[in-house]
Ligand binder design. Sequence first.
Ligand code: C5P
Length: 241
Amino acid sequence: MSAGPRLIVALDHPDRAAALETAARLDPARCAVKVGKELFTAAGPEVVEALQARGFRVFLDLKFHDIPNTVAGACRAAGALGVWMLNVHALGGRRMMEAAREAVDRVAEPPVLLAVTVLTSMGAEDLAEVGIEGPPEAAVLRLARLAHASGMDGVVCSPRELRALRAELGPDFRLVTPGVRPAGAAAGDQRRTATPAEAVAAGADHLVIGRPVTQADDPVGVLLTIESEIGRLTPPRGGLP
Ligand code: C5P
């Protein structure tokens, strides 16, 4: 399982052409790319292959959530595509995550397997409506513990959860965080943001960043600025480039 680049650029585009156009303005030595439900549904596995052919590592962000057998099959298919990172929903439960683990372990170069705990769009009231009482932070911690115990390599979490998860789950559990905004960048629709340096200082291994890079005039310039901000303030954690 490869440590991979610290920065992951979200290719939130509606079609293949737009995604590849953005990718052409990035440097695969400086970042991985994230393919989510919109792009994958529109453009299919072929866009993943096209990005990989251009040298990018791909985080396939499809958040699998189904019966264990089906999720195992989906993970096998993602593994056959050669993706670097993929994710499932921790709410699918222990048996589902263990089935995903087993499937991923059979891949020659196993992708990094993450779980999503609680969607950050959900507040306490949304959770109560689906039967999860208590503060969202408690549910995040509970599900992250379950993900850890079920063999996941890490979780996706918001910047505000990084410290608690790092303290609780140890140095080897991958924490991947979106909601990152370089100092001075527009927050857009993100609410609980952190700068790259803050997120890394709080324990993030990988930062998912979309619009501040994809909508920049000079995307590689933004990546370089982020790298130097992180490098200056916080040395990379062990094992990561
Ligand atoms: O453009 P921006 O930097 O806000 O993009 C962040 C990316 O991370 C988007 O692809 C978004 O869907 C994703 N994401 C998020 N918050 C989460 C999980 C994923 O913003 N909790």
